[in-house]
Design a protein around this ligand. Structure first.
Ligand code: CA
Length: 430
């Protein structure tokens, strides 16, 4: 347990108001504009728009497969297993289309959160948390990871096991390794998938998962599976598809290895004082909870953290939306899926499972969302005016945020680094 509780204002009056307004917004998890670079793509992490034109493959699929076969055998894969697994396998055009998809519009973060932390999901998660309490307690003893975050990950990744994908993982990974982006990454995943088959963890004919090869109730990529999946029910197989104890314990093992601090919060919503310096809302700027308090940043409720706990300030929808202080465990969740919207959803869903109220401040729901081409336009205009964003790819990363802030300072606008429609209009006017 932490040494000291951080005490803040507690607004119970509006508890769950937002959550009730957003009932039944269930939708498949989908990333918003945040760039996703994790080597562990999940369904939530695979729709990131990235400008890409693949070169035509130099080899035919058959020639490529024959080279892969030699590599696989050299890596210890049984030749008969390889041949049986690859019999009739052809590249899947749907996987290539999904990999190259560059959607113009992505959902705003509040819609994503609405879907992720829906009333229905919270209710189901609470029932499952009670139902699986003995398993969750045993997992907490073994890996020191709290119950709620595991239930939240389970809900986000596979809707509590009800949506684990129905793609042939070997076919998907072979397609991506043959002609997708990041071919070396996919080749490594494919070899890892063959190792899983050889280890006998899965009893079906071939591995089943998402179109991008994420498997089971926790949607582990094959290399993550090989490093972190555990057999928690003791039947000798790491069965992330059919065994809830295996799935939840594997997620706990992964979080634990990624630095999870049991008993500390992921973060907390905060209020900011008037005339706050929004330059401080930057993932690269860390302060202790005590320092944030001195700056007038107030948690809206009690959280589990010490005065010394390091936190960053996060404004997911710019200065006019809710503000959050993010602690160590938020960064651990990012290791699971490197999308800030995803990690925020996991944190808020964990809180809701623990009976905490939802987000107190209003999201700027009336804001007009920027499309991909408008984000690119912002980057081009900023760079042309001397605020270098790096490549104009429509992805709002650290360089773009920095350029946005620098421009906002010259215009006496709140320097939150957030690319809004108003910012685009201001740039167009210049
Ligand atoms: Ca097992």
């Amino acid at each position: 347990m932490p040494d000291l509780l951080i005490r803040g204002l507690y607004h119970s009056a509006t508890a769950c108001t937002l959550m009730l307004l957003i009932a039944c917004a269930e939708a498949p998890a989908q990333t918003y504009a945040a760039p996703v670079t994790a080597p562990v793509p999940s369904p939530a992490a695979t729709t990131t728009p990235v400008a890409f034109e693949a070169p035509a493959p130099l080899l035919t699929f058959e020639e490529w497969r024959s080279l892969l076969r030699s590599d696989a055998i050299a890596a210890g894969i049984n030749a008969q297993l390889f041949d049986r697994t690859f019999a009739g396998i052809t590249p899947d055009p749907k996987v290539i289309a999904a990999d190259r998809s560059q959607p113009e519009f992505t959902r705003p973060v509040w819609e994503y959160i609405d879907g992720a932390v829906s009333v229905a999901r919270v209710a189901q998660g609470r029932v499952l948390k009670t139902q699986h309490r003995p398993t969750l307690k045993a997992i907490r003893s073994a890996y020191r990871v709290d119950h709620e975050v595991l239930i939240a990950i389970w809900g986000m990744e596979s809707n509590f096991g009800s949506n684990i994908g129905n793609s042939n993982v070997i076919r998907s990974l072979a397609t991506l390794a043959f002609e997708g982006r990041r071919q070396a990454f996919w080749r490594g995943q494919l070899l890892a998938a063959l190792q899983i088959m050889q280890a006998g963890d899965y009893h079906g004919k071939t591995l089943i998962g998402s179109w991008a090869g994420a498997m089971g109730q926790t949607q582990f990529m094959p290399t993550t599976f090989n490093e972190h999946a555990v057999d928690f029910d003791g039947d000798g197989r790491r069965d992330l598809w059919g065994s809830i104890p295996d799935a939840l314990a594997s997620a706990a093992h992964y979080l634990s290895k990624s630095g999870w601090i049991n008993g500390e919060s992921w973060g907390v919503e905060v209020t900011l004082p008037k005339n706050f310096d929004y330059d401080l809302a930057d993932p690269e700027i860390r302060r202790s909870m005590a320092q944030w308090r001195e700056l007038g940043v107030r948690p809206v409720r009690e959280i589990r953290a010490t005065d010394e706990s390091q936190a960053t300030l996060f404004l997911p929808a710019g200065y006019r939306g809710p503000a959050f202080l993010l602690l160590n465990n938020f960064r651990v969740i990012l290791r699971y899926n490197n999308s800030t919207a995803y990690a925020l959803a996991i944190g808020l869903l964990s809180d809701a499972l623990d009976g905490e109220p939802g987000v107190q401040a209003a999201w700027p729901r009336g804001d007009r969302q920027l499309g991909r081409s408008e984000r690119i336009e912002i980057q081009q205009l900023l760079t042309a005016k001397g605020f270098d964003t790096g490549p104009a790819d429509g992805i709002i990363g650290a360089n773009t945020r920095k350029a946005v802030r620098a421009f906002q300072h010259t215009q006496n606008l709140p320097a939150d680094g957030y690319p809004s429609y108003e910012l685009l209009q201001a740039l167009r006017r210049l």
